[in-house]
Write a protein that binds this ligand. Sequence first.
Ligand code: HEM
Length: 358
Amino acid sequence: MSSDRRVPIGPFALIGAIILLLLAAFAWAAGWIGRQRINGGDVIAALDYNGGKHAGYRRAHAKGLCFSGTFAANGAGAALSVAQAFARGSYPVIGRFSIAGGNPLAGDGRNVFHSMALLLNTPDGQQWRMAMDHTPIFPVADVASFVALQRATRPDAETGKPDPAVMEPFLAAHPEVKAFQDYMAKAVLPDSFANATYYSINAFGFTDRTGTARLVRWQFVPEATLTGLDKASLDQLPRDYLFREMIARTAKGSSRWRLQLVVANVGDVTDKATVAWTGPHRTIDAGTLTIRAVSPEEAGACRDLNFDPTILPVGIGLSDDPLLAARSKSYSSSFSRRAAEGAGPSAAGEHLRVETAR
Ligand code: HEM
């Protein structure tokens, strides 16, 4: 009798393959393998997935209003940076108020974000571009988490809210988001673009005339008193409430903010936009931003601008915060897409155009 008993390898191979596959899937989910570089296009795909694609518009902060005005520097900021923007004088600005999200027809009753973008020109030919939100911190600290956030917070078609089945595992994997949620739960939600504080959130490197470098976050603090929207009835807020309010307010007079430069203390976290700087800080009041005119973005000077926050004058540079590079490539991808798509006057801007023409 032959002892040649054949071992059937088929089932073992299958089991082995399944185990390998499970291990690979686990390693991928844990981020051990497959960490491909996330490019600007990946970010835009995630934003389109979240907010729907609206050709010709910014992929984030799609609903906006252009403005113009001046920044009057009082000279005090020169203690931190050689940028001409801090030398005593008055410099023209173009900017844009916006709410977050990719839909240019979205309602204004959202908790995040009220935002201000700014382009400050100085006579030496340098530009300082900024894009700021009304919160001192950001929900996530890196680009992969930003992409995951967009996917997790996509509004459900029926409820209009993120799907808890997707949101819960996201929050479990991203405990850093809690600081932002806690902040938002307590913070007053400004009832005007004019009474919000706008924060750089990311840290930047400032260099003074002696070559001394310091890390700085800044904020534009409004002259107008902060009053809040009723967070319990945001659903009932008229769709363009914030935009119409700003247009009406500007028709009556200008709005002003003080620019405060906040210098990092030793030990402050500078590479994570999720972490606030708490306690006393050296803070310099560098001057006054005055906004005198607004115009709908479809016809205004801000539409075809990319407020890439890494376009900085000599005397201001990047920090070690990885979000800055991620923002730059994403804004650029968004810009080239929307510029190529073109956007004529549209339904989104028409209603605001009528208001500003009065
Ligand atoms: C510190 C955190 C951040 C702040 C303060 C911020 C603020 C802003 C503001 C104010 C705008 C509107 C700019 C405008 O009016 O033109 C904007 C646009 C945008 N943001 Fe952010 N953002 C932040 C983080 C991010 C991150 C992490 C990403 C992606 C990696 C991102 C992607 C975008 C994109 C794609 C646009 C549209 C850009 C365009 O088409 O011009 N943002 N952001």
